[in-house]
Ligand binder design. Structure first.
Ligand code: SF4
Length: 294
């Protein structure tokens, strides 16, 4: 796939009110390049703000704003209604990690029913929109306004939880590797049923790094093995950008990724070692999935 051959018109219009270097902006542009006939369902979050206020909306596709907990349920009904009317639409739930925490019941329910929708969780690892509170997917030891000494709870592995719903398609992606994300969206769009993509989205103000470095930080996460790109479509595979880092000696040092972010300021060396152990454990789990889901 060549980026130059993809549609140039973005579903997200210029002049929108996202912060500089916002990862959602990157992801949403890629979404528009990957799919046609998109209908967005958005629970509360940064993307609600990004989409703007009527009549000066930032999207040029239909958008339904819904309460947190209802997003996957509303999308399920919408997809059924379009099907009934014979309308070809890609119903996409675009939510943050807050939406996935607070809306988990309907997310899980839609997965269990194998609803014909695509869900993208653009995960910036905290509730940025309401003041950087810790979420289920906030990294262990990351400082947020509700974890000023560093988060003490374990990070929730959302994509693996969705995989265990036995749905037809689950993948992880990163705003640092948009061609990989676009290819995954395209493959997902060729499959019927519930499709889930967990998009890693480093947030400059929330993670405290300069807004020019979003893509660099996202790539460091993958290169240090802290975020692993994988795909399940009946078979489980580690995706091409992550493949070199199966062998940790070829990756970027974990310290480089951790120390680039103000949210880990003052982290102790032994905590970095503990993060390294957690990452190794995660890799062992994912490599065992490659064996299991062949
Ligand atoms: S807080 Fe982060 S995710 Fe939210 S709009 Fe700003 S850069 Fe984007």
């Amino acid at each position: 796939m060549k980026i130059s051959e993809l549609p140039r018109e973005s579903i997200l219009l210029p002049g929108n009110p996202s912060c500089q270097g916002c990862p959602h902006g990157l992801g949403l542009r890629a979404l528009g390049m990957a799919l046609e006939n998109i209908v967005l369902v958005i629970p509360a979050g940064c993307t609600t703000i990004i989409s703007g206020i009527h009549p000066k909306a930032s999207f040029n596709v239909p958008v339904l704003h819904v309460p947190f907990a209802s997003a996957a349920a509303v999308a399920s009904g919408l997809a059924a209604a379009y099907r009934q009317e014979g309308i070809d639409a890609n119903v996409v739930v675009w939510m943050g990690d807050g939406g996935a925490d607070i809306g988990f019941a309907t997310l899980s329910g839609a997965a269990v029913r194998n609803e014909d929708i695509i869900v993208v969780v653009s995960d910036n690892e905290a509730y940025m929109n309401t003041g950087i509170q810790s979420s289920g997917t906030t990294f262990w030891k990351a400082k947020t306004t509700t974890s000023p000494g560093g988060k003490s709870e374990e990070k929730k592995d959302l994509a693996t939880i969705m995989l265990m719903h036995r749905v037809p398609y689950v993948a992880t992606a990163s705003v640092g590797y948009l061609p990989d994300f676009i290819e995954k969206l395209r493959r997902a769009s060729e499959i019927k049923g519930f499709r889930f993509i967990h998009l890693h989205s480093p947030c400059p103000p929330g993670w405290r790094f300069d807004s020019s470095r979003t893509v660099e930080i996202a790539r460091l996460a993958v290169k240090s093995g802290a975020w692993v790109l994988w795909e399940y479509d009946g078979r489980f595979s580690i995706s091409t950008p992550s493949k070199p880092y199966k062998n940790e000696e070829r990756g970027a040092p974990l310290e480089e990724y951790i120390k680039a972010q103000g949210r880990f300021k003052g982290i102790k060396p032994e905590d970095i070692e503990e993060i390294r152990r957690k990452i190794e454990k995660q890799w062992r789990l994912l490599l065992s999935f490659e064996e299991t889901f062949r």
